[in-house]
Design a binder for this molecule. Structure first.
Ligand SMILES: [Zn+2]
Length: 341
């Protein structure tokens, strides 16, 4: 990146009302067949334009072509039966009916590569593409085949690596793996989670990122956060091993969060995508609030490695709020960029 403090969003953007029910997770598509394909492409165009007009430097797809950041990838794999379901607790937090792994998992064809090619043609700006991380995928399923979370994660990592290599070939500049599960299962993260993540990123020449957050601003997450006490030290358990991993960028939550900022020191040397926008509130930050967060983070991250971002995805927000938040992210980054000269 040539720009100092390049801005990006962590993940999703709200979808247009003609494509899917707004402000809703797992919202069903309102279009079908060829109309759905075209509708998703139009939504991608809008997501690009919104980010561009808001001054975002690294463009994402805003997850306009997927219903959910984990499920949409899994749906395209063989070995997972979506008709056989079981209720499990996701991230030890909320119960959900999830599909079952019934056989060896394979990836018969690419999942997002056509979407990435489409976005690549529309812009010369750097593109970031998000994939679910192996551990978070495992945590969103009931495994009746491998019967070992680490073994299943390793198989998913191989499939993610195939997808990531095709995304790289399509011109994606940063591939991000979303691993909210890293904030929950610390022993497993250190035992096999980071190894599986590195396997997913193996051999990539583009930049790689891991996004670890406290989730969307939905009730199950805000209730969970209330149980975490006054200081959220979850990152402390996984950062040391991440610091020595092959992953280039760590995307984390900061704004309005109880994460003690000095924990970022534990990943000194990595590029850090800092969440300077709270996605769990409709209140739009002021540029000065964003700048203030970035200034504080600069104590622990070298300026050339600081990437201002959002805490998490913005699917549950209104389009107006999401746009407002992107604009202040850019404005806040511009203030600090000016100070750095
Ligand atoms: Zn997130």
């Amino acid at each position: 990146m040539n720009t100092l403090l390049p801005t990006s969003i962590a993940g999703s953007l709200p979808k247009p009302a003609w494509l899917a029910q707004p402000e809703t997770l797992w919202s069903p598509w309102k279009l079908q067949g060829a109309e759905l394909v075209e509708g998703k492409q139009d939504a991608l165009r809008l997501a690009l334009q919104n980010q561009r007009q808001s001054g975002i430097d690294i463009i994402s797809d805003g997850e306009q072509s997927r219903q959910h950041f984990v499920t949409t990838f899994i749906e395209q794999l063989n070995g997972v039966d979506f008709k056989k379901r079981k209720t499990v607790k996701i991230r030890n937090r909320y119960e959900a009916s999830v599909p079952m792994v019934v056989d060896e998992v394979t990836r018969p064809s690419s999942v997002f590569v056509e979407d990435a090619k489409f976005l690549r043609k529309l812009t010369k700006q750097p593109i970031k593409w998000a994939l679910p991380g192996p551990m978070t995928m495992v945590d969103t399923l009931f495994d009746d085949h491998y019967k070992n979370r680490g073994a299943l994660a390793w198989e998913f990592a191989k499939l993610l690596n195939q997808e990531a290599k095709e995304l790289e070939a399509a011109g994606v500049d940063i591939i991000q793996f979303d691993e909210p599960a890293f904030n929950v299962f610390f022993d497993e993260v250190n035992d096999w989670g980071i190894a599986a993540l590195e396997r997913a990123a193996e051999g990539l020449k583009c930049e790689t990122a891991v996004h670890i957050c406290y989730g969307y601003g939905i009730k199950a997450n805000t209730d969970w956060k209330k149980t975490l006490g006054s200081e959220w030290r979850q990152y402390e358990d996984v950062f040391p091993k991440l610091q020595s991993s092959t992953i280039d960028i760590v995307s984390l939550e900061c704004q309005n969060s109880r994460v003690p900022m000095d924990l970022i020191e534990l990943i000194r040397g990595k590029k850090v995508m800092v969440g300077a926008i709270d996605v769990a509130t409709n209140t739009i930050e002021t540029p000065e609030e964003v700048a203030d967060t970035l200034r504080k983070v600069l104590q622990f991250v070298d300026a050339d490695k600081l990437y201002p971002s959002t805490n998490c995805g913005m699917t549950p927000l209104s389009r107006t709020v999401a746009e407002g938040k992107m604009q202040v992210l850019s404005a806040g980054a511009a203030i600090v960029r000016g100070e750095l000269g």
